[in-house]
Write a protein that binds this ligand. Structure first.
Ligand code: 1CP
Length: 342
């Protein structure tokens, strides 16, 4: 890693070192809110776009060029490694991932083999091109966490209550553990491939794990997220752990071993710092819906997040979840400037 990259505000904040200013990036900063994204994506299916390095590079660069954010996030999706090992799934516009044959028995679990670099050559290629093109801006690689991936595989698509997922977790714990074990190996493989190709940080998205209560997290999820973070420790890249609705799980998310814990908008960052405990940086946590309000409101709320974030040992400004598709890009441009000059 070149020294200018190591001194970037984003990597310094992740490492809980002094920063010249608070760094900022946004989950889903590329995507449907950007007209330039809608233009290049027109006529190309989401999973085809993810497998086309030139397109991945262009889309990943779009928010960096438009907003001047302090980190880029690799354009891909959490289901890309599953598709790459042969799971029959698609990303349906306006819906999300849809799995043809939901996994609900041992035979289904047995189809999930480890991910090898040769399964995703387009990922290594796009990451390597991006690292060159980004120059002084760190690239964040990412993967879906086992619980969130399990939910898509078991339910067969997006789910509100994760009924089938919990039915397996509570009713067939051996099957659950076998599934989580295989997904852990796949996730770890996907993250290592991105880091080895040059990603400067890694984020584990456990978007839907907030559906689980703390004792169940400890029994059914923590062994796997811990194994993932431990399995990345030798890489010397900051590890970020994020989920939605995880207010009661923040201590456990920290315990799993990440360097940075992502916080959704429901818990103020000063309170989150207490729950997560010492030795962690925080990332977050402006409610993405605030961006739909007039700029004065955005500014006031963003200042509040920045003030509360001072309590954390390191703070990376972000939204509490992804950019909403209806967000005006000019609001994000003003917000980026506001945070960077605060
Ligand atoms: O055609 C399109 O534009 C489809 C919309 C879309 C996009 C832009 C999907 C389908 N995925 C993505 C890209 C994506 N997905 C990124 C790239 C970074 C960026 O855009 O800046 C990332 C990091 C993800 C990760 C992802 N996919 C998560 C975790 C993050 C989160 O938002 O919680 C999840 C849960 C998914 C599944 C998924 N893929 C797509 C959708 C619409 C969904 C969510 C569906 C649901 O509500 O369950």
């Amino acid at each position: 890693m070149n020294s200018q990259l190591a001194d970037s505000p984003f990597l310094l904040a992740c490492r809980r070192r002094p920063v010249p200013r608070t760094p900022v990036w946004y989950m889903r900063q590329a995507g449907r809110s950007l007209p330039e994204y809608r233009k290049v994506r027109a006529g190309t299916a989401m999973l085809d776009a993810c497998a086309t390095p030139d397109l991945v590079v262009e889309i990943t660069m779009q928010p960096v060029l438009r907003y001047g954010v302090d980190a880029a996030i690799f354009f891909s999706d959490i289901v890309v490694p599953l598709r790459a090992i042969g799971v029959d799934l698609d990303i349906k516009p306006g819906v999300g991932p849809v799995v043809a044959d939901p996994i609900r028995d041992a035979a289904g679990v047995a189809t999930l083999r480890p991910l090898e670099p040769d399964d995703v050559p387009y990922v290594s290629e796009a990451v390597a091109s991006l690292v060159k093109e980004l120059d002084r801006v760190p690239l964040i690689g990412f993967a879906g966490a086992p619980f969130t991936l399990a939910s898509y595989l078991i339910e067969g698509g997006p789910s509100k209550n994760h009924d089938h997922t919990k039915a397996m977790m509570y009713g067939a714990p051996e099957l659950w553990h076998a599934l989580m074990d295989r997904l852990t190996t796949i996730t770890l493989g996907f993250l290592r491939i991105q880091a080895e190709a040059g990603a400067a940080a890694l984020q584990l998205f456990d978007s839907w794990v907030g559906a689980v209560e703390p004792d169940d997290y400890r029994t059914f999820v923590l062994p796997y997220t811990s194994r993932i973070f431990a399995g990345l420790a030798d890489l010397d890249v900051p590890r970020i752990h994020f989920g939605v609705g995880t207010g009661e799980l923040l201590g456990l998310l920290g315990e799993a071993g990440a360097d940075v814990v992502g916080v959704d908008w429901r818990v103020p960052l000063d309170e989150a710092a207490l729950r997560v405990g010492a030795g962690k940086a925080l990332q977050g946590n402006l409610d993405p819906a605030v961006l739909l309000a007039p700029w004065e409101v955005v500014q006031e709320r963003a200042a509040k997040v920045l003030e509360r974030g001072r309590v954390a040992e390191g703070h990376v400004f972000n939204l509490g979840h992804g950019v909403l598709p209806g967000t005006d890009p000019d609001q994000l441009a003003r917000l980026t400037e506001f945070v960077q000059s605060y």
